[in-house]
Design a protein around this ligand. Sequence first.
Ligand code: B12
Length: 244
Amino acid sequence: MPITNQTLENELDNVANSQEKAHIRKLWDNADSLMQEISVNLIQGNNIQVDELTKQALENGFDANTILDQGLIAGMAIVGIKFRDNLIFVPEVLVAARAMKAGMVHIEPILSASGIEPIGKVIMGTVKGDLHDIGKNLCIMMLRGAGFTVIDLGVDTSSEEFIEAVEEHNAEILGMSALLTTTMPNMGKTISSFEEVEMRDLVKIMVGGAPLSQEFADEMGADGFGKDAISCVDLAKQFVENEN
Ligand code: B12
């Protein structure tokens, strides 16, 4: 099914990179018009509409993951590209992020409600100096949905806070998120801090965030890198399976 929403076609016209354009087009090509409408409203920062449309989509029987991928994340991808290309600025991104959160309020309980015995404990946080939390929160939702207990340290988290939380909760996994090239090195610093207090062997460390790569994760000595929330869950599962 082609994209039926003209506003989205216009948004795609603004995407200069042909690979990015093809990727997002593919998400919307297969999407119901309601998912497309969620994306449009997210891009425009209409939090009340995103709230209502997400609720409506769930009532209409759409799967929470479909709404997340084809509605909310696809819309956020356009916001990210426009921000990078200086077509919009921080205030617009904040308004779009608020709209994303308005939709996520309805998705989160569904993704988190697995009702199964906890399979492991994960500490998650965005590193020192970094305030981006949308991706981290998505990972947390998916981890909880997969049966993990997650302790969320929020944003701007210091090495000391990560260490204290692992110790206090006796967690076997630590996940760190960074979205800025300037804050990425704080992941490596945290790993070194774990070594300094002789706790590195007690915890598996996974890292993620848009600017990261497997190579960077290997260099800093992380146990795993996840490119999205699904690989975050896969990594966490691998860690607990290898432990048992
Ligand atoms: C939203 C946003 C903001 C919002 C954040 C709101 C919030 N509550 O998070 C606001 C407006 C506050 C903001 C501020 C800034 N931002 Co900003 N922001 C973005 C934007 C548009 C989207 C990020 C996002 O939410 N993506 C959607 C989520 C779903 O994706 P994600 O975060 O990558 O997460 C996924 C994966 O990476 C992975 N993952 C994430 N964490 C983890 C952790 C683990 C353990 C694992 C396994 C996986 C994993 O799974 C997630 C789900 O699939 C990006 C552009 C982009 N496309 O990335 C810029 C971007 C990250 N920001 C950028 C910049 C420069 C800034 C500012 C410095 C701007 C300024 N001049 O003030 C400030 C910095 C503030 C600070 N100290 O942190 C740059 C960074 C450039 C760079 N190379 O470092 C980017 C790339 C934009 C750009 N192209 O220029 N930003």
